[in-house]
Write a protein that binds this ligand. Structure first.
Ligand code: GDP
Ligand code: GDP
Length: 459
């Protein structure tokens, strides 16, 4: 389930170019069906995290009996009717033309949700046309170049509230059934790793934490062979292997660092490596050296993984070299809770990359975290749970009026994200949201994944 965006505007402003950029090869072949005209193209668009359906009204140049003006109008009206929002494109190079006003009229009359974009706006030549676009009275135009990919971030920002509103609307009308209503991520939904889509893991940690040793331990001696032997292939950043039967790609920061050689760059490199690794990974293994755990750099990278919404497993390495293991473990757990409260619930596993001890527990924790990260909870279960939570501990009543939490649904996975409809979201204290998040984690058993919970008003 996602919203639909129609790209409208007069011929030649760059609608198709933008459509192609947003859709890439994911074109829906709607025109294969008999009786369906070819004049509206539809495709599945991606823009950052956003997924939506996009309709292109181009193809107006094709000669027909109908006048261009009439045909244009008819197509646009149809697209507007099909869409949740319209991206109205004008050409910043040519400036406004009378035909632009025709489209503006249609959009106003249909009361469509309009995002205005001044396209072909790369370079100074477009300045005048860009400022002219304000005169349409449709708000501040996005400065964009569909051809060069400029302004895509602004477009994303403009679309984000529409995506959110749509989610809200979808959840408000959602049936209270056992059917999982979460859609819109079909291609990335809950899944078992396959050879095509392996589990993506990154091992991050300070220099000398034991990352290379761990990767060698996991992959085995085969890695030392040259060439793609025994199912192991190596590209510049990741290694593929079978982790206890699960197709896995592991991000090889250690290898990168070692290839870089220049010693002074190590610190800097390992931070940016860490960033790349986190972006790559579904599950991030934060590798600590038991002798010097939770250094600044470890904390930074663990925090980054959480903020990026990755599943996290903390592995304490070189456990073989520790005496007093019980006391040390207790100490580590306390430090973990204190220093990384945002990772509450993430598993902590002690391992020895050198001897191979703990590899099975590490794997179990990673697989588990991945499963939880992908988890989708049924709306009916969530709402049953929400009423119990409210009953056990009602939300506050500022000024004598109790804040009402009405409805809850999971809007996405990877990591799990929930929305709660709330009568006064701005008045609900952060502590109450935390109460719900911690409750979710406990009651639905979700260790090792960030949980996002948003309160949304119904106004
Ligand atoms: P449509 O008729 O609105 O679908 O427009 P097209 O996408 O077919 O583009 C019309 C022309 O404008 C083509 O020659 C494109 O290469 C050009 N064009 C599209 N986007 C841009 C842009 O961002 N900058 C510039 N300079 N030209 C563009
Ligand atoms: P990296 O910089 O994170 O890739 O770390 P390395 O894998 O190169 O390991 C750094 C040092 O720690 C090496 O001397 C390893 O032999 C040692 N080391 C790695 N894992 C272990 C372990 O589990 N136990 C012990 N005692 N030493 C280890």
């Amino acid at each position: 389930m996602s919203f639909t965006l129609a790209i409208v505007g007069r011929p030649n402003v760059g609608k198709s170019t933008l459509f192609n950029r947003l859709v890439g090869k994911r074109l829906a072949l709607v025109d294969d069906q008999p009786g369906v005209t070819r004049d509206l193209r539809e495709g599945e668009a991606r823009l950052g995290d956003l997924r939506f359906t996009v309709i292109d009204t181009a193809g107006l140049e094709e000669a027909t009996d109908e006048s261009l003006q009439g045909r244009m109008r008819r197509l646009t009206e149809r697209a507007v009717e099909m869409a949740d929002a319209c991206l109205f494109i004008v050409d910043a190079r040519s400036g406004l033309l009378p035909a632009d006003e025709v489209f503006a009229d249609i959009l106003r009359r249909k009361n469509a949700h309009v995002i205005l974009a001044a396209n072909k706006a790369e370079g100074k030549a477009a300045d005048a046309g860009y400022f002219e676009a304000f005169a349409l009275g449709l708000g501040e135009p996005i400065r964009m170049s569909g051809e060069h990919g400029e302004g895509m971030g602004d477009l994303m920002l403009a679309l984000d509230p529409i995506a959110k509103e749509f989610e809200t609307r979808a959840s408000e009308t959602a049936p209270e059934t056992d059917v999982d209503i979460v859609e819109g991520e079909e291609d990335e939904g809950p899944r078992t790793p396959t050879a095509d889509k392996p589990l993506q893991v990154a091992v991050i940690g300070r220099p000398n934490a034991g990352k290379s040793t761990l990767i060698n331990q996991l992959i085995g001696e085969e890695r030392l062979l040259t060439g793609p032997e025994a199912g192991i292939t190596r590209d510049s950043i990741s290694l593929r292997f079978d982790w206890g039967g699960v197709p896995t790609r592991i991000f090889d920061t250690a290898g990168m660092r070692k290839r870089a050689k220049v010693q002074e760059k190590v610190e800097k490199l390992s931070v940016s490596d860490g960033l790349r690794a986190v972006k790559f990974a579904e599950v991030v293994v934060v590798l600590l050296d038991a002798a010097i755990p939770f250094e600044q750099q470890d904390l930074r990278i663990a925090d980054l993984a959480e903020r990026e919404g990755r599943a996290v497993v903390v592995a304490v390495n070189k456990w073989d070299a520790e005496g007093e293991k019980q006391a040390k473990l207790k100490e580590l757990k306390e430090a973990f809770t204190r220093l990384l409260p945002q990772l509450r619930g993430a598993p902590l596993v002690t391992i020895s990359a050198k001897t191979g001890k703990g590899m099975d527990r590490l794997q179990a924790a990673v697989m588990r975290a991945h499963e939880v990260w992908n988890r989708r909870i049924k709306t009916s279960h969530l709402n049953g749970w929400l009423s119990e939570m409210i009953e056990a501990h009602p939300p506050p009543a500022p000024g004598g009026r109790r804040i009402k939490l009405r409805y809850m649904t999971q809007v996405k996975a990877r990591p799990p994200a929930f929305v709660v409809m709330c009568s006064h979201p701005d008045k609900l204290p952060e502590s109450y949201t935390r109460y719900l998040v911690n409750g979710l984690r406990e009651d639905f058993d979700m260790p090792g994944t960030p949980i996002r919970l948003t309160m949304r008003g119904q106004g």
